[in-house]
Design a protein around this ligand. Structure first.
Ligand code: SAM
Length: 395
């Protein structure tokens, strides 16, 4: 058995963060945190401005310390709600640099909306995920996923059972035309009976030029050499257009394109900046997940699906860090993701020994601090999912 997937350190993250590289021997690739919001006891002041200022003052040195342990290619994701989103955005711009801002994702964690409680009169159903690279130019983050590719979008099937769809070989973007992309405007030859396409004439072939639906000249998306290289991925067909029937050329776009060495590649799609509860889970699913491993011992955990989607943007051997670990969702997600894709991610979770409330489910279950909750969940995850668990103690 190799190194454990999950590590836990109890303590104030401000003390622990500078020691993380020493503990794990390498820089961190991915930070995910869900800091205490400005609505709980710790930072709720009567004077709002003082509250925001106190929250920012608490966060600034911690975000700076996190930046110090991040690899040059690393990235950080921070969950935040409307109370602090604006302040956090400015603070992140300061600490990580505006040029390294990648996205402010809307996460629909409460699809029904919060119907109870005071507030603005709106049923808030989302929060945010602020995403910054340590250095946008060299980040390893790939903001795409294979999970949202819908096989139903590939309705055709080849004789050997591979799904595909037809995409026009013509570039449908009007910005590209014979003036702006001269070398992509040329004649090809195709036979709508056999489907064959070539850059030179052949028996039975018709001459085909790229044109827009209204008949104005267009350009192809593929160069001549690419067409010569991949004739089997092209097909000539008769189509009905605005100006009647014509002959056109289409690309066979495969659901599982063949990557290098003849193995099927994984098709990836850019992540949108709105993440739905049905895709990543909701606060309700998160509570149920925690209940399954430990009981209802923490008020607002995040769903593992949210963290797993974040993990999917980084290489599968990433060193992950959550220094506001709470119930240990990040470590749980890392174990689930490794188990699902064979990855070798490791996760360092940090949480302080903040006492649990007297009379709460946690306290009644013998969990006296939030750190007790974190380690109990990570231990349970190691048993049910695997990957091991180790607690590191600071000297
Ligand atoms: C919003 S919760 C995180 C919840 C977590 N994402 C989950 O899914 O369970 C924030 C956590 O940060 C912890 N915390 C607050 N200040 C801290 C500090 N200075 N050092 C370490 N942990 C801290 C709190 O104990 C709390 O558990």
């Amino acid at each position: 058995m190799g190194q454990p997937w999950n590590l836990f350190v109890e303590g104030d993250n401000l003390d622990v963060l500078p020691r993380v590289p020493g503990l794990v021997g390498r820089p961190v690739d991915l930070v995910y945190i869900d800091p205490p919001y400005n609505t709980g006891n710790d930072f709720a002041y009567h004077d709002d401005f003082r509250g925001h200022a106190a929250w920012v003052a608490m966060m600034r040195p911690r975000l700076e310390a996190a930046r110090e342990v991040l690899a040059e290619t690393g990235a950080i994701f921070v969950s935040i709600d409307d109370h602090e989103a604006a302040h956090l955005r400015l603070l992140m711009d300061e600490v990580y640099g505006e040029q390294n801002f990648l996205a402010q994702v809307v996460v629909n964690l409460n699809p029904k909306g919060r119907q109870l409680g005071r507030g603005s009169g709106f049923a808030t159903s989302h929060e945010y995920l602020l995403t910054y690279a340590r250095d946008a130019a060299s980040t390893a983050l790939n903001a795409s996923t294979s999970e949202t590719v819908d096989p139903a979008d590939f309705p055709l099937e080849s004789a050997d059972g591979h799904r595909y769809r037809h995409l026009p070989l013509r570039n449908t973007n009007k910005k590209f035309n014979p003036v702006t992309a001269r070398t992509l405007h040329f004649t090809v030859w195709g036979d709508p009976e056999t489907g064959r396409v070539a850059t030179v004439p052949f028996e039975g072939a018709l001459e085909i030029g790229p044109v827009f639906g209204d008949g104005t000249p267009a350009v192809w998306r593929w160069s001549r050499p690419l067409i010569d290289q991949r004739p089997d991925d092209l097909v000539c067909r008769r189509v009905k257009g605005r100006l009647g029937e014509r002959v056109d050329v289409f690309q066979k776009d495969w659901l599982h394109p063949i990557a290098s060495a003849g193995t099927p590649g994984v098709r990836r799609k850019k992540l949108r900046t709105i993440w739905l509860a049905e895709e990543v889970g909701s606060t309700d699913t998160a509570v149920a997940e925690l209940k399954d491993v430990l009981g209802h011992v923490f008020e607002s955990p995040k769903p593992t699906g949210l963290v797993r989607r974040i993990l999917g943007t980084m290489p599968d051997d990433a060193l992950v860090l959550d220094f506001f670990a709470g119930s240990g969702t990040t470590g749980h997600a890392v174990a689930l993701q490794n188990a699902a894709d064979g990855g070798t991610r490791r996760c360092v979770s940090i949480n302080s020994a903040e006492p649990t409330r007297a009379g709460s489910n946690a306290r009644n279950a013998g969990l006296h601090t939030v750190a007790d909750i974190t380690r109990a969940r990570l231990r349970a995850v190691a048993e049910s999912v695997g990957g091991g668990f180790e607690e590191l103690r600071l000297p």
